[in-house]
Design a binder for this molecule. Structure first.
Ligand code: FAD
Length: 399
């Protein structure tokens, strides 16, 4: 291959560029990114960046030295808007085209918004500009904040806002947040963490509408807009709010692929080796549905690219992704770590610590086997358990 184009200049895209060079690709490497920034890290956006403990320079994933070493053409601030039917030309939104022999799709996901009009004071949290805007508003004195969605991003954001002294309510449509990820028992424990931050959690009710009122903003009182004032719930309650943060999941960035021959269904469909229907096109990270599963985890976005690139350079699937899914979350001073694939019906057994202590290691078990492990403030035992899980799922090495 003479040219490989990585579409998406963030975490998975950067790891793909690194893998290409480390696996010996010495041709033209083009990285196309919709955002104007070089790759930066998203996890701190809902945690230390929001609370002011980390600044922008600590988010950088790729410094000047590495940028030079990668020897890539960075086309930033311009999204790709199409891929031709043979997967040989990437079309850019500004009309340019990139002819290529291979493509790595790493376009991630974008947060789901609420339907209806856009009001001042309503925030999504995915990008650096999103986080900058929210951080600026949080610095403006104590506020009444409603976080819509009690998943990991919602909970982390609520935790950060509470740490800054704001009055926070989390609204979750399900009877309990995080059940699909953790199962009911462990989800109950995590829901209880909100109490540590004096955050109110309202479950089992959706959002009917946002309330807003007309405001006059800007120098000289020139600009008129509408700012959020409250959240109306489907059970009729009204929660007054100066700020609303929407954390109701993310949708894979696949719109630009319409018209290409690639199958898209909640992500770019690929085999277990990240290879799409076209052998010279692979997909990685939040946008990729690898062997039927789409993970929105930092670690998947960093582990898939090495496999995807090996297959891309080989022209066929020679290797599959065999890693055990892993994610972590930091909320209310607790570090939650989870690895594996749990299913409904698994038995949960606490093997170290206890729920009462707020620090424990739990095993999910099925038919005598451990399927997943959860650690809360038990980093070392968790890492050992994760390693054991990984070794147990690794195929035997042929000798
Ligand atoms: P992204 O990071 O979404 O990057 C995709 C890039 O592609 C973006 O820059 C996007 O602008 C660009 N793009 C999109 N469309 C196009 C196009 N048409 N052309 C060119 N470029 C395009 N995971 C954990 O495991 N633990 C955590 O604690 C954790 N915390 C998180 C906190 C926040 C606030 C967020 C948002 C995510 C968090 N995650 C966490 C998830 C983790 O950050 C993601 O899984 C990871 O960023 C995925 O990387 P990616 O490169 O696949 O996608």
């Amino acid at each position: 291959m003479r040219t490989v184009t990585v579409v998406g200049a963030s975490l998975a895209g950067l790891y793909a560029a690194r893998a290409l060079r480390s696996q010996g690709f010495d041709g033209r490497l083009v990285v196309v990114g919709a955002e104007p920034h070089r790759p930066y890290d998203r996890p701190p956006l809902s945690k230390d960046f929001l609370t002011g403990k980390a600044d922008e320079d600590q988010l950088t994933l790729c410094d000047d030295e590495e940028t030079a070493e990668l020897d890539a053409e960075w086309l930033l601030g311009v999204p790709a808007r199409g891929l031709d039917t043979r997967g040989r030309t990437v079309l850019l939104a500004d009309g340019r085209t990139v002819s290529t022999d291979g493509v790595v799709i790493a376009t991630g996901a974008c947060p789901r918004g609420l339907p209806g009009p856009v009001y001042a004071g309503v925030h999504l949290l995915r990008t650096l500009p999103d986080a900058r805007a929210l951080r600026a508003e949080l610095a403006d004195g104590p506020r009444r904040i409603v976080v819509i969605g009690g998943g990991f991003i919602g909970a982390e954001t609520a935790s950060s806002c509470a740490a800054l002294g704001h009055q926070v309510t989390v609204v979750e449509a399900a009877e309990l947040p995080l059940v699909p990820q953790l199962g009911a028992d462990m989800a109950t424990f995590c829901a209880g963490l909100h109490q540590r931050g004096d955050v109110r959690l309202i479950c089992g009710t959706g959002v009917a509408a946002l309330r807003a009122e007309r405001t006059v903003t800007g120098p000289g009182g020139g600009a008129h807009g509408r700012a959020v004032t409250g959240v109306e719930l489907t059970d009729g309650r009204l929660l007054p709010a100066d700020l609303v943060i929407v954390g109701i999941g993310a949708v894979p960035h696949t719109g630009w692929l319409s018209g290409s021959p690639l199958a898209v269904d909640d992500g770019v469909m690929c085999d277990d080796g990240c290879v799409t229907a076209l052998p010279q096109v692979v997909a990685v990270g939040d946008v990729a549905r690898v062997g039927g599963v789409r993970a929105e985890h930092w670690t998947s976005a960093t582990e898939q690219p090495a496999v995807a690139v090996r297959n891309l350079l080989a022209g066929r699937t020679t290797e599959t992704v065999r890693t055990v899914p892993y994610f972590w979350s930091d909320q209310y001073g607790a570090r939650i770590q989870f690895a594996g694939r749990r299913r409904d019906g698994d038995t949960v057994r606490i093997v170290e610590g206890s729920l009462e202590e707020g620090s424990f290691l739990a095993h999910y078990e099925r038919a005598g086997h451990t399927t997943a492990v959860l650690g809360v403030d038990r980093p070392r035992p968790f890492m050992r358990a994760r390693r054991t899980l990984r070794d147990a799922t690794r195929p035997p090495v042929a000798v």
